[in-house]
Ligand binder design. Structure first.
Ligand code: MV4
Length: 660
């Protein structure tokens, strides 16, 4: 076995590989670009090598830099992860030429699967079902139109060099064929520098089902069953699961046998996936699936296969690359239960799934039985605009499909990401979709239901109340402090939600907070604030226990308050400072801790001359960053706290010199 490997990747997959390597006693070397200097994979690895500017084309995609880093650190093998250099046969050869081991297939296997038409011909020869169509060398337009007539409309024109959905045109009638062919060729030429195409029968209601295969250098090839990845948007997978809903033993047996034949045809070594397009218009049939492409790498969705088989696929990759035989025979690989994975992204579904970059103020996952999180970022990290904005994969495993989906739903319900817009709500809606729950999905499900899936709920009065309490900075558990902070016990709070201003009156009395101004008045009693916000809410004649995850972050005088209540996330912004703050500061020379918390930063020392509004210190309380500013121009007389100090609400932190 290797004693040290280099991981030519970043984010969650780099962290994932490090975890297994560490368990196996293998040292790891991370590589990182400028934007990733503070990234988790760099922190987790035993060593890290800087490889250049942030754009991947100048760092993670430069094979020579990766190879140099491996040589310099004495790594014996390179794991490419997925994406980047993982399916680049020239890189594989360069790695081997440098005397290193590529943890993945041989260059020739990757090349044989690289071109669609050649791969299709190869698969056909190997006895793997391929979509009926024309995938020969004749590229004459009139000839191809004739082929389309023979296949029967609708047909699909696909770029031979394409993949992942690029360079495809669906054609519904003969009259449209030539113009679609022309535009497909233009796109293929500019995207791949190769304008050859193939023509296929268009499969209606397609499902995407793929089979995980694994080969070793001793000629063994096994499969680890299938995954259903039909829930996609713009050819990006959103939710994957294993096994495939509705899969019967005869169909599974035919599909996995075809997958093994495909892998054998290219002498496959390592982890690979055979993708099939499947007729999803009715029950799955043994003659209703066709080879689409082979992914010659470990895939993003591999954890669902790990969950149902109980094997660590990264461990297998390392063993196979080191020359060991596969650890088990086909007969010892069985399906245990059901697993589903959702990809949590920093993106805004309402804005056309626009990728989001920025600071993650807080990241809390809903952990539970059978739930696994594969992540690459933690609270306080940055989602970089340079790379794929995936935050984490949430994987749930259970005895049956409904158990797994229920656990996935619960995990998503209890996941709070603050500071960035994510697709969490969209994923929740998708997991709750009836058609998906019934296992009757196809690749068009998301687009057909898009409007409902991205709908944003309005906040309940309880959610508004919690946000108002947090924004007002009342510490309800200590009434005297509330009194001291507020002077009067009444307060008006303005909150922005989704561009709309919400105004409420708050009154604190005997530890109970009453809220006025909404269409319902309500009281919050028995309030507990800590990691979460708990209270008993009274609305009219109803009373309910409320439990919410909260995160509040101050940014340039604004306060962002994220509330996770009953599975729904609401983000409010308090646009102006609480009026009480000024009173708190201006009446004396003392700058007080507004609530019990921890001093995070002290920005001045005794003798400093400060001007009104200047930042003096930063506190953290109730997961909220709180900046303390100078109440007036003056000189700092004493600093009575230090970074890391726990302080009581009302404690004097900084004292200004008495004014002359
Ligand atoms: C197809 C098809 C229908 N008929 N081929 C899209 C990605 C690429 N790998 C192949 N794709 C498709 N090929 C035939 N003959 C429909 C798709 C397709 C699709 C396939 C899998 C997952 C999502 C998809 C979304 C739209 C279209």
């Amino acid at each position: 076995m290797f004693s040290k490997i280099l991981i030519a990747n970043r984010g969650e997959i780099a962290c994932r590989i490090i975890k297994t390597a560490r368990r196996m006693g293998i040292k790891t070397v991370a590589v990182y670009a400028e934007a990733d200097a503070q990234a988790q994979h760099v922190k987790l690895a035993d060593e890290a090598v800087f490889i250049g500017p942030s754009p991947a084309s100048e760092s993670y995609l430069v094979g020579q830099k990766i190879i140099d880093a491996a040589k310099a650190t004495g790594a014996e093998a390179i794991h490419p992860g997925y994406g980047f250099l993982s399916e680049n046969p020239d890189f594989v050869e360069a790695v081997e030429k440098a005397g290193l081991t590529f943890i993945g297939p041989k260059a020739h296997s990757i090349r044989s699967m690289g071109l669609k038409d050649a791969a299709k011909r190869l698969m056909e020869e190997a006895g793997v079902p391929v979509v009926p169509g024309y995938h020969g060398d004749n590229q004459d337009a009139a000839f191809l139109a004739g082929q389309a007539d023979e296949i029967g409309y609708p047909v699909l024109i696909k770029a031979s060099a394409g993949g992942g959905g690029k360079g495809m045109r669906r054609v519904d009638k003969a009259a449209d064929f030539i113009s679609s062919l022309d535009s497909c060729r233009r796109e293929a030429k500019s995207a791949f520098g190769d304008d050859r195409v193939l023509i296929e029968k268009y499969v209606l209601s397609p499902r995407h089902i793929e089979v995980q295969v694994f080969g070793d250098s001793h000629g063994n090839i096994v499969h680890l069953f299938e995954r259903d990845c039909s829930l996609q948007r713009r050819h990006q997978k959103v939710i994957e699961e294993a096994p495939a809903p509705g899969m019967s033993e005869p169909v599974r047996s035919a599909m996995t046998r075809a997958a093994i034949k495909a892998a054998e045809a290219v002498n496959y070594q390592g982890a690979g996936t055979i993708e099939f397009i499947v007729d999803g218009s009715g029950p799955l049939r043994a003659d209703g699936f066709w080879f689409m492409e082979m992914n010659t790498r470990l895939q993003v969705e591999h954890p669902v296969t790990e969950a149902i088989t109980g094997f660590d696929l990264v461990e297998w990759q390392l063993r196979v690359a080191a020359g060991e035989a596969l650890p088990v025979k086909q007969g010892s690989i069985a399906i245990h239960g059901h697993a589903a994975e959702a990809r949590l992204y920093a993106e805004d579904p309402a804005a056309g799934f626009l990728p989001q970059a920025g600071h993650i103020d807080s990241l809390e996952f809903g952990l539970g039985d059978g739930v696994r999180i594969d992540g690459g970022v933690v609270s306080g990290d940055q989602v970089s605009p340079f790379y794929d904005p995936m935050i984490a994969k949430v994987i749930a495993h259970g005895p049956g499909r409904q158990d797994a989906l229920g656990r996935l739903q619960e995990a998503l319900d209890n996941t709070l990401v603050s500071g960035l817009t994510t697709n969490r709500d969209f994923l929740r809606a998708l997991v709750g979709n009836d058609t998906f729950r019934a296992g009757r999905m196809d690749t068009g499900l998301i687009d057909r239901n898009l409007e409902r899936l991205i709908e944003k709920p309005e906040p309940s009065e309880i959610a508004i109340a919690i946000a108002a309490v947090i924004a007002s900075r009342i510490e309800p558990s200590s009434a005297h402090l509330g009194f001291r902070l507020w002077g009067a016990a009444d307060h008006r709070i303005k909150l922005l939600f989704n561009g709309e201003m919400i105004e409420r009156g708050l009154r604190l009395q005997d530890g109970v907070i009453s809220l006025h101004g909404g269409n319902q008045s309500l009281q919050l009693a028995d309030i507990l604030m800590g990691e979460s916000f708990e209270a008993k809410a009274h609305l009219g004649n109803r009373s309910v226990r409320v439990r919410a995850k909260i995160c509040a972050t101050e940014k340039a005088g604004f306060l962002d308050v994220s509330i996770l209540l009953d599975g729904q996330t609401f983000v409010f912004t308090r646009p102006d400072p609480v009026a009480g703050d000024a009173a708190l500061h201006s009446s004396s020379n003392d700058v007080l801790a507004p609530m019990t918390g921890v001093v995070r930063m002290v920005l001045v020392s005794a003798g400093d001359v400060v001007s009104a509004g200047e930042r003096l210190a930063v506190m953290e309380a109730m997961k909220m960053e709180h900046t303390l500013t100078a109440p007036r121009d003056g000189e700092v007389q004493d600093v009575l706290c230090a970074e890391g100090d726990p302080v009581e609400g009302g404690a004097v932190l900084i004292r200004l010199k008495e004014e002359e």
